[in-house]
Each structure stands twice: as structure tokens, then as C-alpha cells.
Design a binder for this molecule. Structure first.
Ligand code: ARG
Length: 467
């Protein structure tokens, strides 16, 4: 650690104190190990603030120029990986200001005019979360592209659709994958919505009450890409809705990923055998030489739990806090950073798995034909071609299923005569097509699984992704 004079934040605020803080006090107070990730936003915010102070005549143009070049130098140092971290400097804001003093001397002391760490940290953190939303959006979009690509390969591939995890009706693999495309689309719109709402600047709220200096909050808001300043200075320093919303969006996205992960885990298991994960996306067992485990998918599923925990953590931290800033709020960053990192990795892993997984359509088709999966097609046909009310058709079909089950097979064992025996007034001459291909092709309603509809959905998605 470098010399005490420069590395102790209490030198920046300790004028009214007789002694320095206890070692444990320093430790519990310090957020630098976590908030050093805000260095870029802190410097960006300070540069905008200093420029505004000079434009308003609150500090001299000469001081502002010195401050700005000093801050640019610190940014370059961080970029190059080289600003030593001092636990005694408490947080990133003190760290940067103290470094600025080392670099440019007394002018540094004018930077904090008409500002508090309370509006400073709210601004820095919001800038960070706003960028995180953009980064997450790009990662979700990459997953969407992978889903659409694989869906296009398998718009016709038949697989079983499940309800209650029981074979329900045949569907196409393309349709199944496109369902996740839609979830991802909503996830992206949630992040966009969250950015839209958060995009007001806290800077200029000062400690909580605003300031007597003639600052120009519109100017700093514009310089930092905000739509406008926040309307109330107390809300400005104590609002963390933006971080909570980010975590809510992240939790919802992670939840979707965990559902897809769960499907990959099931599909890769021997009783299903629907997919083979490539070597690059599997792990072995230290004792069972034959094993090939879907660890990445399991971790994506597991990460969703941790991300939800981060959301919960910040909600509970903020619950019941009186206005305005309280130090509890320093704990806002760790859950956001953790959730962001976990989600980022989960999205990358899921995109990698979806891109590289080998689907086994033959096996999927075989399973799709089990469990009397086209029974609904028989009932629908009795409605359409024989004028039965659906409830009666359901009943006749149920009896047909029971008959075939008694014969130890599926609906392929059913004959026209069987139906006439079940319900003599039907007078069926020829049975309808009960193949899985016929079933899937017939589901042409909007949003349905028929390959023609799936191809349309894929074309729409490709257009959306190109926009
Ligand atoms: N490190 C603090 C945080 O992250 C900065 C704000 C400190 N403000 C204060 N009045 N102590 O919340």
C-alpha cells in the first residue's frame, strides 16, 4: 500500500474527526473491491460534471481543462490495467479523486463542487446498468439467431409435443425451438423498456436537496445520454428501481434459459435420446468412463437460481429504507454485477449448445408416434367428416384408444370396422390419415406447428433479427 496520506479516504472527509477509522470500520465501509468496476462510468460522469461547472462559471476553464486531462489520464491507466487499488480509499469515487489529486494537484479539489457521492454513485451505477442492458440485449439476440438457424433446419422434423411431460401431440422441432425465440423476444423488450424508464439523470441531485450553485442539469443529462434530469433530488439519490428492474429482467431471462436447459438435459438422457451434445459441450465422470454429462446445461439451470437470489437480495435491501441515501444501498452493486456475469455466461453457453447440438430426428419421430399422439386427429376427423359434436367424438376416440391398447399397440391397429363397432351409426368406409406427418401438416392455424406456419414464423424472425 502506498503512503497513508494519499490512500486514506478519511483525508477527503475527515476534517471534523479527531482520529482515523478503526481497521474494521475501514473494512466494513469499503466498497472498492466491488465498485472498482464502475471506473469508466465514474470518470465519464466526472468529466461531464467538470465541463458543466466550467460552462456555468462555477470553476475556471483552466481548472476544468486540468481536471479533464487528469481524468483522461486515469481512464487510460485503468484501460491499461494499472491503477493500484487502496482499500483505505473506500470506493471508486474516492479512488479516482485521490488519483486525480496526485496527478493534477489542487485543481482536483474543485471537481466535487455542487456534487455529492450520493448523486455521483447513482449516476455511475445507472450508466453501468444501462450499458449492461445493451450488452445483454446483444447476447440474447445471438441466442435468438442460433435458435432460428436450427429451427430452419428442422421446420419439418417431427418430435413429440408434451403436456404433463406425457406425449401429447406431434409437433415439429422447429416449432419447439421457435417458442424460445418468442420468449427471448419478450426478454429483449423488457430490457428495452427498463432502459427507457431508467434513462433520467440523477446528477445534480447533490447529497439529497439539490445545490445552491447555478448548475445546469440538462447539460450533464444530455452529455451522458440521458433523456432528462430526474425531477426530484431526493428520489434522484435514493432510487434504485433501475437496478431492481434490471435484475427482474435478468431473472426472467434466466428463468427462460433454465427451461431450455432442462429440456436439453432431458433430451440428452438415454431414455429420451433426442440429442447428442458434442464433446466440446459435455463433461466426463471421474469414475464412470462411459459418461457424458450435460454440465453446462445444468449450470445454466442452476445459475437461474442464483440470479433470482440477486433480485431478491436487492429488493430486500431496499425494502423499508427511509429517504434519502443510506449506506445499505452500497450493497446494490454486488448482486447486479453477479447477476450480469452469470447471465452473460449462461447466454453464451446456451448459444454455444444450441448452435452445436446434434438433434436425432429419427428418435424424436419414433417417440412422437407413441402414446396415441394422433388421437386428437381422429376425434377432429369425426367432427369434421362425420358431423359428431366434439364431446361425442372424444368419447368414440377414447374407446378406440382403449381397444388398440388392449391389442397391445397404437392407433395404427385401428380399422374402419372397429369404429363402426364402437358407434354403428358412423358407417365409416375409410379411416382418415393418422400418421404423425399428417397430424403436424394439418395444424395450420395461426401460430400452429404445421411446417408451413413454422416457415412463416422463421421468416418473420429472420426479418426482425435483420432490423
Ligand atoms: N460507496 C458508496 C455507495 O456505493 C458511495 C456513496 C457514499 N455516500 C455516502 N454518503 N457515504 O453507495
Amino acid at each position: 500500500m502506498s503512503d497513508k496520506r494519499n490512500s486514506d479516504s478519511s483525508k477527503l472527509w475527515g476534517g471534523r474527526f479527531g482520529s482515523g477509522p478503526d481497521a474494521i470500520m475501514r473494512e466494513i465501509n469499503a466498497s472498492i473491491p466491488v465498485d472498482k468496476r464502475l471506473w469508466r462510468e465514474d470518470i465519464t460522469g466526472s468529466r461531464a460534471h467538470a465541463a458543466m461547472l466550467a460552462a456555468q462559471g462555477i470553476i475556471s476553464a483552466a481548472d476544468a481543462a486540468v481536471i479533464d486531462s487528469g481524468l483522461a489520464q486515469i481512464a487510460a491507466d485503468y484501460e491499461a490495467g494499472g491503477v493500484p487499488e487502496h482499500i483505505d480509499l473506500e470506493d471508486i469515487h474516492m479512488q479516482v479523486e485521490s488519483r486525480l489529486k496526485e496527478l493534477v494537484g489542487d485543481a482536483a479539489g474543485r471537481l466535487h463542487t455542487a456534487r455529492s457521492r450520493n448523486d455521483q454513485v447513482a449516476t455511475d451505477f445507472k450508466l453501468w446498468v444501462r450499458s449492461a442492458c445493451a450488452a445483454t440485449d446483444a447476447s440474447i439476440k445471438a441466442l435468438q439467431s442460433a435458435l432460428v438457424f436450427r429451427a430452419a433446419e428442422h421446420a419439418e422434423s417431427i418430435m413429440p409435443g408434451f403436456t404433463h411431460l406425457q406425449v401429447a401431440q406431434p409437433i415439429t422441432l422447429g416449432h419447439h425451438l421457435m417458442a424460445y425465440y418468442e420468449m427471448a423476444k419478450r426478454d429483449r423488450s423488457r430490457f428495452a423498456d427498463c432502459v427507457h424508464r431508467m434513462n433520467e439523470s440523477p446528477l445534480g441531485s447533490a447529497a439529497l436537496a439539490g445545490t445552491g450553485f447555478p448548475i445546469d442539469r440538462d447539460a450533464t443529462a444530455a452529455a451522458l445520454g440521458f433523456d432528462r434530469p430526474m425531477a426530484n433530488s431526493m428520489d434522484g439519490v435514493s432510487d434504485r428501481d433501475f437496478a431492481i428492474e434490471y435484475l427482474g429482467c435478468a431473472a426472467q431471462t434466466a428463468l427462460h434459459l433454465s427451461r431450455l436447459a432442462e429440456e436439453l438435459i432431458l433430451w440428452a438422457s438415454q431414455p429420451f435420446g433426442f440429442i447428442k451434445l458434442p464433446d466440446a459441450w459435455s463433461t466426463g465422470s471421474s469414475i464412470m468412463p462411459q459418461k457424458r454429462n450435460p454440465d453446462a446445461a445444468e449450470l445454466v439451470r442452476g445459475h437461474a437460481g442464483r440470479i433470482l437470489g440477486c433480485f431478491h437480495s436487492l429488493m430486500v435491501t431496499m425494502k423499508g429504507l427511509p429517504l434519502a441515501y443510506s449506506k445499505d444501498m452500497q450493497n446494490d452493486k454486488a448482486p447486479v454485477f453477479e447477476a450480469h456475469d452469470l447471465l452473460d455466461l449462461s447466454l453464451a453457453a446456451m448459444t454455444g449448445m444450441i448452435t452445436n447440438v446434434t438433434f436425432v430426428p429419427e428418435r424424436m419421430r419414433t417417440v412422437a408416434a407413441t402414446g396415441f399422439s394422433t388421437a386428437t386427429d381422429l376425434a377432429d376427423w369425426l367432427v369434421r367428416d362425420h358431423g359428431l359434436p366434439f364431446r361425442d367424438a372424444h368419447h368414440v376416440t377414447g374407446a378406440a384408444v382403449k381397444l388398440c391398447e388392449g391389442r397391445g399397440g397404437g392407433l395404427e391397429l385401428l380399422t374402419a370396422d372397429d369404429l363402426n363397432t364402437i358407434s354403428p351409426q358412423l358407417a365409416v368406409a375409410k379411416l382418415c390419415d393418422l400418421s404423425v406427418e399428417g397430424s403436424v401438416a394439418s395444424r395450420t392455424s395461426a401460430g400452429g406447428t404445421a411446417p408451413v406456419r413454422v416457415r412463416e414464423a422463421i421468416a418473420n424472425a429472420q426479418q426482425e433479427l435483420a432490423e
